[in-house]
Design a protein around this ligand. Structure first.
Ligand SMILES: *Cc1c(COP(=O)(O)O)cnc(C)c1O
Length: 385
């Protein structure tokens, strides 16, 4: 065997082989009934998402981004409104705010967990209020990398300031906090089924979870052109935001194996923790939580060391990815929406220190061991030099 054969960062080929016949049967059932839009698998999936998460309602949608967009549309967020969100997240969390003409207000994250920093959030809300130009409306908590955001603090801050609290759980479906699956921490929780997410389909998809029956009805209307009781009663401006039946079918097959996958992800994370904790900063756990391990990110002392490790791992066939090289407020698309005098020091530093190692359920023990030895070899070589 070639020792240097590259390890896949994500392996959907092996995944299909593992899922086997039940996956094909689910897809074949859709090909047989041909109800490609809003077929029976869509409702079946929504029921399963409720049962899994404990949320009263699940509305499947076309993507995690559209899920965020529709939740903001339901709250009638628009020009003059401030939406608070972490600077260290994927662009989708912020772009939907600008699409609706509202203003994203970037908040720093905590250095250990990479989750939104409640103290900085409180400061940012107070300063936007003091400036008096924007109306604080919404907080978007992001469950980054698979771990929960500090939900108790976020709920307290949202309640004190009368803000809508929503959860961008695109990376963390399957994670739990205080023994309870994520999905009920905020007014609405959005999920993504992009193929690389913990519960990933074979294309784009997403969902909105909520306990509020009126919001659920509104999301259903919004995902289908704002329709009312019949298709040709148009109550509001919506979009074409439905989940395909074929994706629902794939996700149903995947849900049957989801807990097993989460356990495998957690086992790999523990191997990395134990083997690497003396060499690099391994992920700090959010207390009383279980991660969905969308992403396993280590920290190096500085950019030089991080880049050298990444280059070395590449030579060993070990892929690694930087999530995220730049915080959003430093991106060209967002910089004009950020007050330059406000520093978000942790978010600004993380991009130069962080590195994600491969972590997915298809990795073999041998591959996990290869990742570990490659990181160890890099540091051993550093000592020798
Ligand atoms: C992936 C992701 C999204 C967007 O989900 P899509 O299904 O790709 O539209 C939103 N927020 C975060 C934090 C994500 O990681």
């Amino acid at each position: 065997m070639n020792e240097k054969a590259p390890i896949p960062f994500l392996d959907l080929t092996r995944q299909q082989a593992r899922l086997g016949a039940p996956l094909r049967e689910r897809i074949d059932a859709v090909l047989a009934h041909c109800k490609f839009v809003m077929g029976p698998e869509v409702e079946e999936l929504e029921d399963r998402l409720c049962a899994y998460s404990g949320a009263a309602h699940a509305v499947s949608v076309s993507s995690g981004t559209d899920a965020l967009l529709m939740v903001l549309m339901a709250e009638e967020v628009g020009p003059g409104d401030a939406v608070f969100l972490p600077a260290f997240t994927y662009t989708a969390t912020a772009e939907v705010v600008l699409l609706l003409g509202a203003t994203p207000v970037f908040v720093d994250v905590e250095p250990a967990t990479f989750q939104i920093d409640p103290a900085n959030l409180t400061e940012r809300i107070a300063s936007i209020r003091a400036q008096g130009e924007l109306e604080p409306r919404v907080i978007i908590g992001v469950d980054l990398f698979g771990q929960p955001a500090p939900w108790e603090s976020l709920r307290r801050i949202a309640a004190a300031d009368d803000l809508v609290l929503m959860a961008d759980c695109a990376q963390a479906f399957g994670a739990s906090l205080e023994g309870r699956k994520l999905g009920c921490e905020a007014l609405a929780t959005t999920l993504s089924f992009f193929p690389s997410k913990p519960l990933g389909g074979y294309g784009d998809g997403g969902a909105i979870l909520t306990d509020d029956p009126e919001r659920a009805a509104l999301y259903r209307s919004l995902r289908s052109h704002g329709e009312g009781r019949t298709r040709y009663e148009v109550l509001r401006i919506g979009l074409n935001g439905r989940l395909d039946t074929l994706q629902a079918a794939v996700l149903l097959a995947k849900l049957d194996r989801f807990d097993e996958e989460l356990m495998r992800r957690d086992a790999i994370a523990r191997v990395y923790d134990e083997a690497l904790s003396g060499l690099v900063t391994t992920p700090h756990r959010v207390p009383q939580s279980e991660s969905a391990w969308a992403i396993y990110s280590i920290l190096l002392p500085d950019a030089e060391k991080r880049d050298a490790l990444q280059a070395y791992l590449g030579t060993q066939g070990v892929p690694s990815v930087v999530y995220y090289p730049k915080p959003l407020h430093e991106q060209p698309a967002y910089s004009e929406h950020h007050d330059e005098s406000v520093s978000l020091a942790v978010s600004e530093r993380l991009g130069s220190q962080i590195l994600a190692l491969p972590l997915h359920p298809e990795l073999t023990d041998e591959e996990v061991a290869r990742v570990v030895s490659a990181v160890k070899a890099f540091f051993a070589q550093g000592q020798a030099a």
